[in-house]
Design a protein around this ligand. Structure first.
Ligand code: HEC
Length: 192
């Protein structure tokens, strides 16, 4: 009695893995497609996450929790870099270009805070956190939501003596904790 050749026996087995694998691949591609071309997140949704993480970051800085602070800095940096770009702004802001505001925040007050935390300089993190919070609020004023106020550090931590004022001072630097209403105090001199 001749033995049946067995190579075909591999097929059902291969199919058992191949079919789900291909199905998964197709579904995965479809999901990626949907993400790429589907409904982008609303800016308010993205902002809610920023707000929660920023508050957590403040708590971590106040508690001198270096690991948590660095974790939240990384999370917020990714949101600033990716999610915020994709997000749909609210209808009143449809005609407004938010890009300069986003990059200005990212490259200014945010970068200062990120550097302080990344360098494990929690003293500088205290100062720059307040600056970043003020800058969050500055953007909220600019974009017509001035009532959305981002608080500074939860509790004034004991002065460590290592706290330093940031060395860089740009004209766009917001005044921490100041209401920042009248910035320009132009005194016109009569041309006489
Ligand atoms: C590019 C300008 C801009 C920057 C920078 C910015 N925001 Fe916002 N934020 C907005 C706008 C615009 C809204 C309102 C969105 C809407 O009306 O749908 C908002 C809304 C919010 C909300 C309310 C979300 C809700 O609907 O519950 C929170 C919280 C918030 N921002 C936190 C922050 C924090 C914290 C920072 C700084 C780390 C920050 N934002 C920086 C523009 C900005």
């Amino acid at each position: 009695m001749a033995r049946e050749p067995i190579p075909r026996a591999a097929h059902p087995r291969a199919r058992r893995f191949l079919v789900p694998a291909l199905t998964g691949l197709v579904l995965g591609l479809a999901a990626a497609e949907a993400r790429a071309h589907g409904i982008p997140p609303r800016l308010a949704t993205v902002m809610t996450e920023v707000g929660e993480r920023f508050a957590s970051l403040g708590g971590a800085i106040a508690a001198r929790d270096d690991d948590l602070a660095r974790y939240q800095v990384r999370q917020i940096a990714e949101i600033l870099e990716r999610d915020m770009v994709l997000a749909t702004p609210p209808r009143p802001l449809y005609g407004m270009d938010l890009e300069p505001l986003r990059t200005g925040f990212r490259d200014g007050p945010w970068r200062a805070l990120q550097n302080a935390v990344d360098n494990h300089d929690l003293g500088a993190a205290v100062t720059t956190f307040e600056g970043a919070a003020a800058a969050c609020n500055e953007c909220h004023r600019t974009t017509g939501v001035p009532f959305l106020t981002v608080p500074g550090l939860p509790a004034a931590p004991k002065a460590s003596g290592k706290t330093r004022k940031p060395a860089t001072k740009t004209s766009a630097q917001p005044a921490p904790s100041a209401p920042a209403t009248t910035k320009s105090k132009v005194e016109s001199t009569p041309a006489r």
